[in-house]
Write a protein that binds this ligand. Structure first.
Ligand SMILES: Cc1cc2nc3c(=O)[nH]c(=O)nc-3n(C[C@H](O)[C@H](O)[C@H](O)COP(=O)(O)OP(=O)(O)OC[C@H]3O[C@@H](n4cnc5c(N)ncnc54)[C@H](O)[C@@H]3O)c2cc1C
Length: 508
């Protein structure tokens, strides 16, 4: 007999026909109802996030498919060393599991998501993406040429974007702005990759259902949830096992909102670590202006090449751990105009057209994704006043950029400019800390074997509540210097597998 699985999702199903690139005003739609900041979007399914005490704004999307509706689909794995930073660098903690444990789940997930890439990257253990890499395009080639001239590591990105027709998904046709959702359906978002399979297997999905709290029995075990249905009516759902996948902000919010006499500080919080150790990846944006015409917004925005040249610790650089570079293309005409004006490169009034023409379609660059180390003072807490539309307390993010991150970002900016100059940029420009870049949400319910220093065990089960599991970025111990989603998904598959293996004696 199979397991009966019900998923409650506060957002709706999305439809490709509604996505911005179907419309002439796609850029303004991308900055409105498809903005990645819920405080800008303010859709009925969104909850506000108080980010006034953070230099980085948390970003997410609330719908079936979650933030993968908007994500860029740059799809690096963690490297084996990323799971062992305490052992190698004496900072943070080692993970209780390693790359080898996750390897088969990374591979399954690559097939499920449909990953395009090139086997053989020396920065990684050998693995074969199921599809050929996406074309680098003019921007990818030019950034790669800079890395190449300096003798740096670079490799075509693994991208969760179909480079050919793949399992019902059409190949990418370079519509461009992946981060406003993919009208072509070439980009993997979990509503079109995992959900059709899950529904065929009988998983039920109730949309427009916002979970308020997880309820517990007298013995402290979870026994279900209270949720508001799409009419705003509070409903109760009983369950034998509760699995949380609300992301690194939504999950601690829900745990902290689930207070009971058995769990007075919030569910699964005997360690006091729920909501602590929040990690983003502080991002720097480095851009070059080139004389030659480039392919502008054409092509997936962030999936060209990556470089791990400065990925591992080198004491001579003055900071611990490191960062990766991800090549980026240009943007749409309105976005490039807005950016050019904000950057002081395009004046308003006289000279506007000339300056804009020099920028538009002439930009290539990169972002640096720096490893954020966990600190208990970087937190998700419940805001004492702010609530969502159902009156559930909203999360507040309190985050300070560390000295280590500041040094890493400064290094990344200087070296990135050097690479773009080597590639032939006539001018370089950088934003040393990108504020709207809190798209990676990690660490707020960390994994570990020591119950005093972690929230879940080495297979995602809450130490305090044996039938509660967490399968999102909250359980990360450290953040690595690459995007997290490949690892979040591999972890989710691994934890599901462990639940299945142990179902007979799960609560012993
Ligand atoms: C603009 C953007 C670009 C990105 N680019 C990349 C990239 O290139 N590479 C990469 O690796 N990652 C990227 N990411 C991050 C990536 O999208 C996330 O890591 C990934 O989606 C996390 O998956 P998740 O399921 O843990 O959380 P989410 O995808 O955020 O999903 C959480 C879901 O839980 C639902 N939920 C939350 N609380 C409740 C509640 N109380 N009741 C009911 N439902 C609830 C939400 O509605 C949402 O659908 C990007 C993100 C953004 C926003």
């Amino acid at each position: 007999m199979g397991t009966s699985v019900l998923c409650l999702e506060q957002g709706p199903w999305m439809h490709q026909k509604d996505y911005p690139t179907n419309f002439l005003d796609w850029e303004s739609r991308a900055m409105g109802p498809f903005a990645s900041n819920p405080n800008v979007r303010r859709l009925a399914q969104d909850y506000p996030v108080n980010d006034s005490a953070s230099p980085i704004q948390p970003l997410m999307f609330n719908a079936v498919g979650g933030s993968t509706i908007l994500w860029a689909a740059h799809f690096p794995r963690f490297t084996p060393g990323d799971f062992r930073v305490k052992s190698t660098d004496g900072v943070a903690d080692d993970w209780p599991i390693g790359y080898q444990t996750l390897e088969p789940f990374y591979a399954t997930n690559d097939r499920m998501m449909g990953v395009a890439g090139l086997a053989g990257d020396p920065a990684y253990p050998y693995h074969e993406p199921p599809m050929a890499p996406l074309p680098l395009g003019a921007t990818g080639n030019i950034v790669a040429s800079g890395f190449e001239k300096l003798g740096w590591h670079w490799w075509p990105s693994d991208s969760a974007i179909a480079s050919r027709d793949y399992e019902g998904r059409a190949a990418c046709i370079n519509l461009g702005p992946c981060t406003s959702a993919c009208s072509q359906g070439a980009k993997a978002s979990t509503d079109i990759t995992y959900w059709p399979v899950a529904q065929r297997k009988g998983v039920q999905l109730r949309t427009g259902c916002r979970v308020k709290e997880i309820t517990v029995r007298a013995d402290g075990m979870a026994d279900g949830v209270l949720y508001y249905d799409q009419d705003g009516v509070l409903q109760e759902q009983k369950a034998e096992i509760v699995v949380l996948a609300c992301n690194g902000i939504g999950t601690p919010r829900l745990l902290l909102n689930s207070k009971s006499p058995q769990h007075p500080d919030g569910l699964a919080n005997s360690s006091g670590l729920v909501g602590k150790n929040l990690m983003f990846h502080p991002y720097a944006l480095i851009r070059g202006i080139f004389d030659e015409p480039l392919n502008g917004r054409r092509g997936p925005g962030g999936c060209t090449v990556w470089s791990h040249e400065f990925y591992k610790s080198d004491p001579s650089r003055g900071f611990i751990r490191g960062y990766s570079y991800e090549g980026t293309r240009g943007a749409g005409p309105a976005q490039e105009a807005l950016w050019g004006m904000a950057a002081g490169l395009v004046p308003w009034g006289e000279g506007h057209h000339e300056a804009y023409a020099r920028l538009h379609g002439h930009i290539a660059g990169m972002v640096a994704i720096t490893e954020d180390l966990p600190e208990e003072t970087n937190t998700v807490t419940l805001d004492p006043e702010l609530t969502d539309s159902n009156g559930v307390p909203a999360p507040k993010v309190t985050y300070t950029l560390s000295e280590n991150s500041k040094k890493m970002l400064a290094h990344a900016v200087e070296r990135g400019k050097e690479a773009l100059s080597a590639a032939g940029a006539v001018e370089t420009w950088a934003e040393p800390l990108l504020r709207p870049a809190g798209w990676h949400l990690m660490g707020t319910a960390r994994m570990g074997t020591d119950t005093a220093r972690s929230v879940v065990n080495e297979w995602g089960r809450a130490h305090d509540v044996k039938n509660l599991f967490i399968i999102d970025g909250s359980i990360f111990v450290t953040s690595a210097g690459v995007n997290p989603t490949s690892t979040i998904q591999a972890l989710a598959l691994y934890i599901a597998d462990r639940i299945k293996q142990n179902i007979g004696n799960l609560f012993d």
